[in-house]
Design a protein. Structure first.
Length: 104
């Protein structure tokens, strides 16, 4: 269940909400966040809006810990290097996109 506070932030502070989501995934689980998740509830962002938000967020100093990573399949993920080191993020993305399907 998504906290009501977060759904309010999505409307008022989209970059903060996106970053908080990614940081939580990286810290709590730890895992990378598929960019596609932001097209669903509670975000419901269009592809165009999501692209715009990510472009601006990734250039903002406040979100310098958030990084975009592209799997060999072309699928995009985000992670926070505060909680998940780059090599671990790359491994997780490739495992989710390729390894898991090749090793049923």
């Amino acid at each position: 269940m998504i906290p009501r506070k977060m759904t309010t932030e999505v409307k008022e502070k989209p970059y903060k909400a996106l970053a908080e989501w990614v940081r939580n995934d990286s810290k709590i689980y730890p895992k990378t966040t598929p960019v596609e998740v932001f097209k669903a509830w509670p975000f419901n962002l269009s592809a165009e809006t999501l692209k715009e938000y990510l472009s601006e967020m990734l250039e903002d100093e406040e979100y310098k810990d958030i990084h975009l990573i592209k799997a060999s399949t072309g699928v995009l993920y985000l992670y926070s290097d505060k909680y998940l080191p780059e090599p671990g993020a790359k491994y997780l993305v490739e495992w989710l996109e390729v390894g898991m399907h090749e090793n049923p």
